[in-house]
Write a protein that binds this ligand. Structure first.
Ligand code: CAA
Length: 258
């Protein structure tokens, strides 16, 4: 397996795992982290043997944001010409479901990276925030757009305008976090979610993720049309026949991703 400068990668069965590994900077997301995470996620996405991906950080920090020291002296022109955060769009576009396992700080780009994932599982120590306003800037990796869809206009405005952090419980109540568990159980819980998804039929998982994403990007009428077509297309898979036969025969399905 390829090795990377700023992350650790591994697999367990059909689950790929990406661990941010810049402990000296609380996993701040510099350009190398972006390149590494995108490359690892795309490699897992291209592998039919992988049915779900877990992205995690350390106990203290999922990620404390984009790397402030890397950005500090840049001009607006440089930020535009580099398209400084542009490659993250490739991470958000992987077809394989991604579970963020968040412990400690998920701030700025860290919160935004978690929101590029499909499911956020949090340890009870997790803290979510968009503190960019304290640096004289605003979120730049999707915070104003994805947060508002996740938690609604008023909680999003509170976070983005004041920079205040939400606890794991607050984040769950607001709809940002899917599950909260004691920090010691985070890895096991995230693995359980990932393994559950990875055991399904991949074509249906891809279709489900694409339809969920469509809901955030299109009108209701277009989204419903997309869903109906994606639903219909799955009837050409062997796994649909297997899944429905297994139901009728009162047994577990044996999916082959065909
Ligand atoms: N960028 C670069 N370095 C960072 C960093 C970041 N976002 N966050 C932490 N670090 C570094 C610190 O500079 C420090 O390094 P040194 O030991 O060399 O000084 C090291 O990580 C440990 O951090 P602290 O000593 O600050 O740890 P702490 O426990 O006292 O505080 C914290 C933790 C509250 C998370 C604090 O580090 C902090 O406020 N970090 C910045 C959070 C932030 O503003 N994030 C938004 C960044 S901008 C952004 O993300 C834009 C976007 O939309 C993409």
């Amino acid at each position: 397996m390829t090795s990377y400068e700023t992350i650790l990668v591994g697999t367990h069965g059909r689950v790929g795992r990406i661990t941010l590994n810049r402990p000296e900077a609380l996993n701040a997301l510099n350009s190398q982290v972006m390149r590494d995470v995108v490359a690892a996620a795309e490699a897992f996405d291209a592998d039919e043997g992988i049915g779900a991906i877990v992205v995690t950080g350390s106990e203290k920090a999922f990620a404390a944001g984009a790397d402030i020291k890397e950005m500090e002296q840049k001009s607006g022109r440089e930020m535009i010409m580099d398209d400084h955060f542009g490659a993250w769009a490739r991470f958000a576009a992987v077809r394989t479901p991604v579970i963020a396992a968040v412990s400690g700080y998920a701030l700025g780009g860290g919160c935004e990276l978690a929101m590029m994932c499909d499911i956020i599982v949090a340890g009870d120590t997790a803290r979510f925030g968009q503190p960019e306003i304290n640096l004289g800037v605003i979120p730049g990796m999707g915070g104003t757009q994805r947060l508002i869809r996740a938690v609604g206009a008023y909680v999003a405005a509170d976070m983005v305008l004041t920079g205040r952090m939400l606890s794991a419980d607050e984040a769950q109540r607001a709809g940002l976090v899917s599950r909260v568990v004691p920090a010691a159980d985070l890895e096991a819980e995230a693995a359980k979610v990932a393994e559950t998804i990875a055991a399904k039929s991949l074509p249906s998982v891809y279709a489900a993720k694409a339809a969920l994403d469509a809901a955030l990007e299109t009108t209701l009428a277009e989204g419903l049309r997309f869903e109906r077509h994606a639903f219909a297309a799955l009837f050409d898979t062997a796994d649909q026949k297997e899944g429905m036969a297994a139901f009728r025969e009162k047994r577990q399905p044996d999916f082959t991703n065909r």
